[in-house]
Design a protein. Structure first.
Length: 127
């Protein structure tokens, strides 16, 4: 139990340290501006984004191509931009571009960015 708590505290410290850097999975300053500094609203928005991003990633794997994939990408892009998940947004934009140009998109980068942001959010919410 003590080891789990120590790991959680270490993860929380790392998340807090990364939160103020440009490479943070979620731009918390951007999020705070959009939620007018309301911490409870920030937490709820982060919870919703994490849930929706994972759901969209799964739907993208199922859709694989065409309009259904484009809709999932578009939805995820809007959500990512809304909370300041810039890495997710960038990965989605690249996937959208590839989909338009070639008819298919490699979703590995999107899935990785979503996983990173979801892990970061989980640590923040557990703090």
């Amino acid at each position: 139990m003590m080891q789990a708590t120590a790991r959680q505290l270490d993860g929380t410290a790392q998340a807090a340290e990364r939160a103020g850097t440009p490479d943070a999975p979620v731009d918390l300053v951007h999020l705070a501006r959009h939620t007018l500094g309301n911490r409870e609203l920030e937490r709820e928005v982060l919870r919703l984004f994490s849930r929706q991003a994972r759901m969209m990633t799964e739907r993208m794997r199922e859709a694989c191509e065409g309009e259904a994939l484009e809709r999932c990408l578009h939805t995820l892009l809007g959500s990512a931009r809304g909370i300041g998940a810039w890495k997710v947004a960038e990965a989605v934009e690249q996937a959208q571009q590839a989909l338009r140009e070639t008819g298919s998109a490699d979703l590995v980068a999107v899935s990785a960015a979503v996983a990173e942001s979801a892990d970061f959010i989980e640590i923040l919410l557990d703090a």
